[in-house]
Design a protein around this ligand. Structure first.
Ligand SMILES: O=P(O)(O)OC[C@H]1O[C@H](OP(=O)(O)OP(=O)(O)O)[C@H](O)[C@@H]1O
Ligand SMILES: Nc1nc2[nH]cnc2c(=O)[nH]1
Length: 176
């Protein structure tokens, strides 16, 4: 059995499309933060693959940390964001780039932006691989965005469906 586990999955963004866009984002981030110390904060679990590729596309002496959040059961947001793993150290005075796989309702990012602001960083911006504008419940400023996508539940490249499919190297949609 393959990593699709027998499900029919349609490719929305191929490995090559993801890689090309991430190279562009990395170049922009490298130029914008040149000469400044930058810390990438990956939002677990969904961002692990994106962060690994983005970090390698950024030509700066980076620091990397992670914060874990959860709010989805299956394909539904509970609306309540919970931190499952906190940052490993204080971030006061640091330039932070939150690295997120997807901004859907926007509730996770809104919660994290408010939470990190209380820790007195020098700046906090958002880099999101995907945005689903049709589902936004709150507006979140995304400084670096990979793709806007239609209102479909997507899987792969870090994103799960009930914990599975994070290891697909592309972004897909499950077909019935
Ligand atoms: O904009 P929102 O509607 O808040 O959705 C976005 C969040 O949902 C997913 O995380 P999830 O809570 O499923 O946890 P996971 O990353 O561990 O899969 C995704 O990784 C984002 O963090
Ligand atoms: N896997 C997955 N997680 C999400 N969290 C918020 N939106 C999505 C989505 O479309 N797919």
């Amino acid at each position: 059995m393959s990593r699709l586990g027998g499900e029919k999955v349609e490719v929305l963004l191929s490995e090559a499309q993801l890689a090309a866009r991430i190279a562009e984002l990395g170049a922009r981030i490298s130029a914008d933060y040149a000469g400044q110390p930058l810390t990438l904060v990956g939002v677990l679990k969904g961002s692990f693959m994106f962060l690994a590729d983005l970090a390698r596309a950024i030509d700066l002496p980076l620091k990397v940390d992670f914060i874990g959040t959860t709010s989805y059961q299956g394909t539904k947001s509970s609306g309540v964001v919970r931190i499952t793993n906190d940052l490993s150290r204080p971030i006061d005075g640091e330039h932070i780039l939150l690295v997120e796989d997807i901004v859907d309702t926007g509730l996770t990012m809104q919660y994290l932006l408010e939470n990190l602001a209380t820790r007195h960083p020098a700046s906090v911006k958002v880099c999101a691989l995907l945005e689903k504008p049709a589902r936004a419940k709150v507006q979140v400023p995304i400084a670096y965005k990979g793709f806007s996508i239609p209102d479909e539940f997507v899987i792969g490249y870090g994103l799960d469906w009930d914990g599975r499919f994070r290891n697909l190297p592309f972004l897909g949609v499950v077909k019935p």
